[in-house]
Design a protein around this ligand. Structure first.
Ligand code: NCD
Length: 335
């Protein structure tokens, strides 16, 4: 396929666009940019009806090359709440020519005249690649192990809401543990970028295979001992072990060999599951988060997921406001 020079993009000119032309990741965004995005989210949450026709006549393209329930539905609801139409393109990407296929698909959907593309893909870096190949705004809805910026924003918003920090989104004095499969987690990468920039202290917790010391380069502490930390935490963000990301090549029968990153579920739970007895040792005001999908009974017990500390469904609700804000910023001012 002929390569094309990177499309030059001009940042949207609306005063609240945070100077962004795409939203590929949160790493590298300034505190001011994050606050602009979170402030726009608060506006959407407070006055959802005010923007019901903002994107009337425009169409948002959802390009989902990897499974999703929450994120795709959330972008669809957000687009419709802004009056936009929506096209959903879904496809698996097992071909060796994945990069080409993704770009081709994106360019085709763009050629039909969409106002923005929302992209989810298995390959880390895919969103950036597509953003360079098309002129319309691209919003990363999760690319491999890289980033999931709207999730990171909804996490930062939900923490701000829970600790009365919605004026200014200053997360100083809050200690957040991200527990579990941090190594494979784009959710963790985006959350770390947002939360550390907004002033929170972040500690990643898990066995060395899932939580290597090298994560320290992201500006976080790393611990392998959840019990020792519990009484110091304000926020506990639990992550699913992403078993599907540990495939190692393909043997003769075409089935990938899956290598589990943990010795066993029982051993894992003994050290790292958030059980009712561990939850009882948290600070009184501490909250429990999870990006979903939850593997109940592995990383998080049902009693905690559905208990009084859980803000998991608030995260989901806030996700719609975040995506409305991002769509408004990127697709609302491009005409
Ligand atoms: C996650 C994802 O797909 O990145 N979920 C989400 O988008 N809320 C996390 C996961 O799959 O475990």
């Amino acid at each position: 396929m002929a390569t094309r020079a990177a499309t030059r993009k001009i940042p949207r000119t609306s005063p609240d666009a945070a100077g962004l032309s795409d939203l590929v990741g949160l790493q590298g965004l300034t505190g001011a940019q994050l606050r602009a995005l979170l402030g726009a989210t608060r506006e959407m949450a407070d006055h959802p009806g005010k923007y019901a026709n903002l994107l009337a006549g425009r169409i948002i393209g959802n390009l989902f090359f990897e499974d999703s329930t929450r994120t795709r539905t959330s972008f669809s609801v957000a687009a419709q709440r802004l009056g936009a139409g929506l096209v959903d393109v879904m496809g698996a990407t097992s071909s060796v020519k994945k990069g080409e296929t993704l770009i081709d698909t994106a360019r085709n959907v763009e050629a039909m005249g969409v106002a923005a593309l929302v992209v989810r893909a298995r390959q880390s870096g895919a969103a950036e690649l597509i953003a360079r190949a098309v002129a319309c705004p691209v919003i990363n809805a999760g690319d491999g192990r890289h980033e999931h910026p709207t999730q990171g924003l909804l996490d930062a918003y939900t923490i701000s809401q829970s600790f009365d920090r919605l004026d200014g989104f200053d997360l100083k004095d809050l200690k957040v543990a991200i527990v579990g499969d941090v190594a494979a987690s784009r959710v963790a990468r985006s959350a770390i970028a947002a939360l550390t920039t907004l002033g929170a202290r972040v500690v990643c917790v898990g066995p060395p295979a899932l939580c290597p010391k090298g994560l320290g380069a992201l500006g976080v502490a790393v611990s392998h001992d959840l019990d020792a930390l519990l009484r110091t935490l304000d926020v506990v963000m639990m992550l699913r072990i992403q078993f599907e990301r540990y495939a190692e090549g393909a043997p003769g029968n075409g089935e990938p060999i899956r290598r589990s990153p943990i010795a066993g579920v029982r051993e894992y739970r003994e050290m790292y599951a958030l059980t009712p007895s561990r939850a009882a040792r948290l600070k009184e005001r501490a909250i429990v988060m999870h990006p979903g999908p939850i593997n109940r009974g592995i990383e998080l017990d049902a009693e905690v997921a559905d208990g009084p500390r859980s803000v998991i469904l608030k995260q989901v609700a806030n996700g719609v406001s975040v995506r409305m804000a991002v769509l408004k910023m990127l697709a609302g001012s491009s005409a």
